[in-house]
Design a protein around this ligand. Structure first.
Ligand code: PMP
Length: 373
């Protein structure tokens, strides 16, 4: 079976598993312990992982707050900022209609708590027009949350421009970069307008259940403050209490190291895979398909295709013994994609659409299986 649902999740690499196993077995210490070696070993393992992630995104180590994944990171940024600044009486938050449910649903929750939310329209590929953002910001705007790479279409927003608009207006900016990490370079120094950035390990061959929120240091060297979601032992500078998931964090660090070392080759391979599949699909299906995803300003290795006249669920079920793909986000798979609807597709067209997403470790020859469909 050919697995082409890497935007949903990826298998962990053998090197990642081997490193993790050490901390699931002999090195079981709690890094918050003191004096004895087991605790110190766990502490330095966390510190190495932090260093690897900081190298992958060119941030400082202090700006990395480990979480259980991007859902938590997004919740932490949005709810944490909304709560912390509620006394300032700024109650307007801007997001977009093509966000992952881990942002949209948080915004809906905040709306129920009295915040005003603007859901910006997106273009036919799911991108936000920076001019629309400029127009939407007002004196009550506290936070803008716009994703970097879309999980269903791969489209990339111009996060640098969007975040600079916010910086000029004194508005905090969060971006969900879950799909971007390890697939496109992220340079934290190059995007000073971004206040918060969410990432997750399991989209780049790391383990599930670990991620991070990267929080910008202000001019005094302090992290931009927010209210923690969890209170307790004070880990992660008190921003994220809870005993460290050492093996997961170690796995995240190793996946980040491997992604950094191979980034250019990985991107090249992802483009090759996607180009080959596009060529086969065009050749085989001609006018019976159309592409929902763009070919520019997009993450490599994600394509979204509409099989005109065919129901996507029926097709995926039929394909499932040989090819694993999806209708869109695994987190909202029960509903027709809100992302594709936001791009202007009719519901009937959404129900004909399938996402294929590759890993750099997908074998180019394996794509030949599409000739046999
Ligand atoms: N945001 C985006 C864009 C995603 O693709 C995902 C994973 N489907 C998430 C957030 C949630 O990430 P996690 O599984 O780490 O909670």
């Amino acid at each position: 079976m050919l697995y082409l649902d890497h935007s949903a999740t990826t298998p962990i690499l053998p090197e990642v598993k081997d490193k993790m196993m050490v901390y699931l077995t002999n090195e079981f210490g709690n890094p918050s312990g003191k004096y004895y070696e087991l605790a110190n070993n766990a502490k330095s393992a966390i510190s190495n992982a932090r260093s690897e992630i900081s190298k992958l995104i060119n941030s400082s180590e202090e700006e990395i707050i480990f979480t259980s994944g991007a859902t938590e990171s997004n919740n932490m940024a949005l709810k944490g900022v909304a709560d912390y600044y509620s006394a300032a009486n700024k109650r307007h938050i801007i997001t977009s209609k093509s966000e992952h449910s881990a942002v949209i649903d948080v915004c809906e929750f905040l709306e129920s708590k009295g915040f005003n939310i603007t859901y910006l329209d997106v273009d036919r590929y799911g991108r936000v027009n920076p001019r629309d953002l400029e127009k939407a910001i007002n004196k009550d705007t506290l936070l803008v949350s716009i994703m970097w790479g879309n999980n269903e279409l791969g489209s990339l927003n111009d996060v640098k421009e969007l975040s600079e608009i916010c910086k000029e207006q004194g508005v905090l900016f969060h971006t969900d970069a879950t799909q971007v990490l390890g697939k496109t370079p992220i340079d934290w120094e190059e995007i000073p307008g971004v206040s918060f950035l969410s990432v997750s390990a399991h989209k780049m061959h790391g383990p599930k259940g670990v991620g991070a929120l990267i929080i910008r240091k202000d001019q005094y060297g302090n992290l931009i403050p927010l209210t923690p979601l969890f209170h307790g032992g004070g880990q992660e500078k008190g921003i994220r209490s809870g005993t460290y998931s050492v093996h997961n964090i170690v796995g995240f660090g190793e996946a980040a190291r491997i992604a950094r070392v191979n980034l250019d080759d990985n991107i090249e391979q992802l483009y090759k895979l996607e180009e080959k599949l596009i060529a086969i699909l065009k050749n085989k299906f001609g006018q019976q398909i159309s592409f929902n995803s763009d070919h520019q300003n997009k993450l490599p290795g994600v394509i979204n295709v509409r099989f005109i006249g065919l129901n996507n669920e029926v097709l995926l079920k039929k394909l499932s013994p040989i090819i694993a793909a999806s209708t869109g986000s695994a987190c909202s798979s029960a509903k027709p994609s809100h992302v594709l609807q936001a791009t202007g597709l009719e519901l009937s067209e959404v129900r004909e659409s399938i996402r294929f997403s590759f890993s750099p470790y997908t074998n180019l020859d394996d794509i030949d299986i599409f000739y046999e469909l």
